[in-house]
Design a protein around this ligand. Structure first.
Ligand SMILES: Cc1cc2nc3c(=O)[nH]c(=O)nc-3n(C[C@H](O)[C@H](O)[C@H](O)COP(=O)(O)OP(=O)(O)OC[C@H]3O[C@@H](n4cnc5c(N)ncnc54)[C@H](O)[C@@H]3O)c2cc1C
Ligand code: FES
Length: 396
């Protein structure tokens, strides 16, 4: 093995010169601290912790979903990748809450003359936040939001240029943005095949937009797979191993976004196909809609209600908490602010301290670090109370 002594000596020389320069600059500096930190200020400007966004357009994306377009009040939209999400902070009645929605427009549209981003919100069953958007949010309204968040995006250094996307329901949104960026933005040359599972033709979200993108760009193919539409001329049933294999060619990166039951089904198919973790990217899939179906959950507890003592600094509040809902939902219902982003146990923004009591954490995708588990930290968005609790949450 040869050692580059010359290079090494140069590095050492360089480092001591920089150290000396720093010492000289420190000696010349003012003893009064400068309140300005230009790097911090620039970072805050490019990625503000919170921003005001104005709704400028609302249109139908399917009989049960709507696309909302937002512009930033100050004109600046932070840089994001296809697949990342925006977090809206809302006050609904007494509740202070936040919900993530994947950005379904393309990054290039946020860099144009009139920068904007869009989200598509689905309301297929009565739901709190979709209801709020459908009934209350109008063109001209200003909402509080922050973006971008999330690690579900295509990364050229890691992923193949051939993508097979597996989507279900509103899980089409990241792939719609991706298809747009491939057709008109900076992802040119990436081939995207979307296998999109819906129950009926009416459930397909963004159908017209997907048809237009497919017609505009030869690198985009959309295959609708309908599970309950007997007269559908295309693919019918579920997105099975056979179907995935039929539309896969060469070295493929598979990307999944959809509900948890579909994830389990698709993951099994990909495992059988021998797809490695490296070639399978998926959105956070953790929280089941019904916690009592989760392996290890003590059946019967879900019908109970507990009390949570919430400590914030020197303040203590006692609130009710349904066993069937995560701790974060109990806090939001009680009007207590808790910082949530992914709401799936992944990002750690809602990290809180369990002082006493027992919680249940879904074993799928428990995003806590080992030390956090040992020291009693938990993620409020993906932990369910099993008894009365005493918890300490960050002050917001
Ligand atoms: C990363 C990510 C991206 C997403 N992207 C999209 C997307 O692009 N499009 C899309 O449509 N959805 C998307 N979702 C789902 C979305 O964030 C919401 O979960 C969904 O719209 C349902 O909202 P919800 O608040 O009604 O339901 P949940 O938060 O799932 O709550 C379930 C139900 O509990 C009750 N509840 C909860 N909190 C309260 C409260 N404070 N007061 C009273 N009742 C309450 C309500 O009955 C509510 O409907 C995404 C989710 C994640 C995690
Ligand atoms: S909001 Fe991301 S871990 Fe709880």
């Amino acid at each position: 093995m040869s050692i580059k002594v010359k290079g090494f000596l140069k590095d050492v020389g360089g480092a001591s010169r920089v150290t000396k320069l720093r010492e000289e600059n420190f000696a010349k500096g003012s003893p009064i601290p400068d309140p300005h930190d230009p790097i911090r200020e620039l970072a805050d400007k490019l990625h503000p912790a919170s921003m005001q966004v104005r709704c400028v357009d609302i249109r139908e994306a399917s009989p049960s979903s709507r696309t909302y377009r937002f512009e930033s009040v100050d004109g600046h939209i932070p840089v994001f990748q296809c697949g990342q999400y925006v977090n809206f902070r809302l006050q609904i009645g007494e509740s202070l809450l936040s919900r993530p929605y994947t950005i379904c427009s393309a990054p290039y549209e946020a860099r144009g003359e009139k920068p904007f981003f869009e989200v598509t919100i689905r309301r297929n069953v009565p739901y709190l936040v979709p209801d709020y958007f459908f009934e209350n949010v109008r063109v001209g309204d200003v909402l509080e939001a922050n973006l971008p968040f999330g690690t579900f995006y295509w990364e050229p250094l890691r992923d193949s240029r051939t993508i097979v996307a597996l989507a279900g329901g509103s899980g089409i949104t990241p792939f719609h943005g991706m298809a747009k960026e491939i057709a008109y933005g900076k992802m040119k040359g990436v081939r995207l095949t979307i296998l999109y599972g819906s129950v009926k033709a009416n459930d397909i979200v963004l159908k017209k937009e997907l048809d237009e993108l497919e017609a505009a760009c030869p690198d985009i193919k959309v295959v609708h797979v309908l599970s309950d539409e007997p007269d559908w001329p295309g693919e019918k049933g579920f997105i099975t191993k056979e179907l995935i294999e039929k539309y896969s060619e060469g070295d493929v990166t598979y990307m999944f976004c959809g509900p948890l039951p579909m994830f389990r089904f698709v993951k099994k198919a990909l495992d059988e196909m021998g797809v490695t973790c490296r070639r399978f990217r998926h959105d956070v899939v953790n929280n089941p809609a019904d916690i009592s179906t989760c392996p290890g959950y003590p059946k019967g507890t879900e019908t109970k209600t507990f009390r949570i003592t919430v400590v914030r600094g020197i303040q203590e509040d006692v609130i009710d908490a349904k066993a069937s809902e995560p701790v974060a939902v109990a806090l939001e219902r009680a009007g207590i602010k808790i910082n949530t982003h992914c709401r799936n146990g992944e990002c750690g923004f809602c990290r809180s301290h369990l002082l006493s009591g027992e919680i249940f954490v879904s074993p799928v995708g428990d995003g806590r670090r080992r030390m956090d588990k040992e020291m009693g930290w938990f993620h409020a968005c993906s932990s369910w109370p099993l008894s009365d609790l005493k918890i300490k949450i960050p002050i917001m």
